[in-house]
Structures are given as structure tokens and as C-alpha cells.
Design a protein around this ligand. Structure first.
Ligand code: ADP
Length: 355
């Protein structure tokens, strides 16, 4: 069996058990492992494995460098969002890194101290505040396998299928560990059993409890649940050993909004008259998704203006046109007029802009 990896120079290698486990487990695409040799430790990332997409690596396994070393920052771009892509949640990010990333990366640390890392954490807050983004960033930064389970989607399946699907998700997560299972709108999967009459819901909640209890402490699987209504969850789920940590991902404040605006204008040519701080002040009630929409709307407005010099039929766009693209205060002002905070929109307090 061979593994194709991207890394630095290859030394006379010998392999140590990786991911801190004593036993070897199959390597699959996207995994990272460290090869020690010549007093150096080289981190590899698996980009391909032959003949199957999973191989057990032994000391005699041949490892090929298929390319030049990749810079960590570049690699993370390819993989998914990084911590730099999430704004306004500094405190929560530090907590979640401690609760999720640390045990995934260094399980030995916890084992040595006899501490069990949490199996589940609950992120709660309104839609669009970055809960999914945060979970994705944690998974990609810690090199973990990432699985999304959408609550309402799982519940819409035919009888028995919801539970079977959940079981498969947990099975795969253990197989491909370290893993993060992200359960979006978990309240749909696990509503309070005392308040629901649905037989399906009751069965699915029990299944989820069983699966979480069945996760071995060394499995290196963390479940991140997201909900806007933590109080509607079945209380058994929030007890010790399951989702026993809760983090509030609230609507961002002014500083948070500025951080998010900077993220979403990072690759945007901005004119000198753009004052992001001002926009951060004037966007009270906007969540991350609203601010992202605001930035896109400003860019779209600029494109609309340029339509007379853009030939839609042509395959390429004139370099001069591309060079002249610059988002200015006017575009952002227009975007603020048409983009409204989703919290207000949901409560029917503002008119939904016509597209
Ligand atoms: P949630 O899961 O809380 O409903 P998402 O993570 O799906 O929210 O957010 C949707 C999009 O909005 C993200 O992909 C991102 O572009 C933007 N966004 C939301 N929150 C943030 C944030 N805190 N920082 C940067 N971008 C954000």
C-alpha cells in the first residue's frame, strides 16, 4: 500500500503511532500524520492513497511526496474556513478550541490526566451568527473529518430511516476519527420528549442519547449541536456526559461587526472613502450572514454600474475593466439601504427588500 502525501523533504522514515493512539488505524484522504526521522518531524497530509482510499500505514509503507511542501495557510484555504474567517466570537472561539480542538489533537494530554474531554457541546444563538462556520473552522484547523447532520432533513426521512442514518453518521465518525459531527437545528432531532407527542421524535431522541453514550472516550469524536432554541431540547441531552457545555453565539456587537466586515471585504478593492468603522456602528442588529450579504450587495451594485462596459457575450473581461473595479462608500450605502438585519425581518419589523 502506498500513501501520497505533501510535505517537506523525506527522511529515512519510521512511523510512530499517530493521532496519539496506541493502535494503528487506517489513513484516509485529508488525514495528517507525522513522520519522525533524522531528528526532524515532518507533518504529512494525505492527498491520495492506493489501491483503496484507505490504507493502514506500517513502517514499511512507502510514502511519496507528490508535490512541493504546502504552506499551512495555503493549505487551510483549500480545506475550508479557518479561524481567521470567523469574526466577533473571540471568546467563544477560545473556549471551543479548548473544548474541541485540544482533545482532538492531543488526546494523550487528557488520558494522562484522567480527564474525559466533552463528547458534545451546544452552540446556541440566532441563525446567521456563524455557528456552522465556527464548527467547520474547528474541524478544518484541527484536521478532523467533518460531518453535517441537518436536523429537519433527518426528521423528514421515512420510518426508521432517521435512526439508521444517525447510526451510520456516528459509525463513520468513529471510523474516520478524529471527527466533528455538526448537528444543525438539533432541536428538530431532539425536542423535549415531555412536550412532543410524535412517536418518531421520541425514538430519534432515544437513538441520539444511546449513540452519544456509546461514544468511547478515546473515540476522538466530538458532536457540536447548533440551535436557536436551547430550551426546547430534551433535557436529558443537556445532562452531564452529553451536551454538557453550552456556548452562546450571540448577535455581534460593534467591534464584532467591524471584524466581520473586515473579513468579508478582505479580498475586495475598497476606495479610500470607505469607512468600515462607520458601517460597523450603523449596522446594529446585523448578524454575520447579514454583513456578508451587505458586502456582496455592495459589490453587485458596483458590477451593475459597470454593465455598460462589460460584454456579457465575451468569454473574458477586459483587464482595464477589472483594474478599475473598486467598491466605494456609495455602493456600501446603497447596500445598507437594501440589506436589513435578519432578526428584524423575522419579526416582521421591516419590509423584506424586493430582489
Ligand atoms: P449559523 O450556522 O449560525 O446559522 P452560518 O455559519 O451558516 O450561521 O453563517 C452563514 C454565513 O454568514 C457564513 O458562511 C459566513 O459567510 C457569514 N457569517 C456568519 N457569521 C459570521 C461570523 N461570525 N464571521 C464571519 N462571517 C460570518
Amino acid at each position: 500500500d502506498t500513501v501520497n502525501g505533501i510535505s517537506g523533504n523525506l527522511f529515512d522514515v519510521y512511523l510512530k503511532p499517530y493521532f496519539g493512539n496506541d493502535a494503528l488505524r487506517p489513513l484516509c484522504k485529508g488525514d495528517r500524520f507525522i513522520v519522525h526521522g533524522n531528528m526532524h518531524a515532518v507533518e504529512f497530509k494525505v492527498v491520495d492513497a492506493e489501491p483503496a482510499d484507505r490504507v493502514v500505514v506500517r513502517p514499511e509503507t512507502a510514502i511519496y511526496c507528490s508535490d512541493q511542501p504546502v504552506k499551512r495557510e495555503e493549505e487551510e484555504r483549500l480545506d475550508g474556513p479557518g479561524y481567521d474567517d470567523v469574526g466577533g466570537v473571540r471568546k467563544q472561539l477560545a473556549q471551543i478550541r479548548e473544548l474541541v480542538e485540544l482533545p482532538l489533537r492531543h488526546p494523550k494530554l487528557f488520558q494522562t490526566l484522567g480527564v474525559k474531554p466533552p463528547k458534545g457541546i451546544l452552540l446556541y444563538g440566532p441563525p446567521g451568527t456563524g455557528k456552522t462556520l465556527l464548527a467547520r473552522a474547528i474541524a478544518s484547523e484541527s484536521g478532523a473529518h467533518f460531518v453535517v447532520v441537518n436536523g429537519p432533513e433527518i426528521m423528514s426521512m421515512i420510518a426508521g430511516q432517521s435512526e439508521a442514518n444517525l447510526r451510520k453518521v456516528f459509525e463513520d465518525a468513529e471510523k474516520f476519527a478524529p471527527s466533528v459531527i455538526f448537528m444543525d437545528e438539533i432541536d428538530a432531532i431532539a425536542p423535549n420528549r415531555d412536550k412532543t407527542h410524535g412517536e418518531v421524535e421520541r425514538r430519534v431522541v432515544s437513538q441520539l442519547l444511546t449513540l452519544m453514550d456509546g461514544l468511547r472516550p478515546r473515540a476522538q469524536v466530538v458532536v457540536i449541536g447548533a440551535t436557536n432554541r436551547p430550551n426546547s431540547l430534551d433535557p436529558a441531552l443537556r445532562r452531564f456526559g452529553r451536551f454538557d457545555r453550552e456556548l452562546d453565539i450571540g448577535v455581534p456587537d460593534e467591534v464584532g461587526r467591524l471584524e466581520i466586515l473586515r473579513i468579508h471585504t478582505k479580498d475586495m478593492p475598497l476606495a479610500e472613502d470607505v469607512d468600515l468603522e462607520r458601517i460597523g456602528k450603523d449596522t446594529h442588529g446585523f448578524v454575520g450572514a447579514d454583513l456578508a450579504a451587505l458586502c456582496s450587495e455592495a459589490a453587485l451594485q458596483l458590477i451593475r454600474e459597470k454593465m455598460d462596459v462589460i460584454d456579457v457575450e465575451e468569454d473574458t473581461i477586459d483587464v482595464d475593466v477589472l483594474d478599475s473595479l473598486c467598491v466605494c462608500n456609495e455602493h456600501l450605502k446603497h447596500a445598507m439601504e437594501v440589506t436589513k438585519p435578519s432578526a428584524l425581518r423575522e419579526r416582521g419589523l421591516v419590509e423584506v427588500p424586493k430582489v
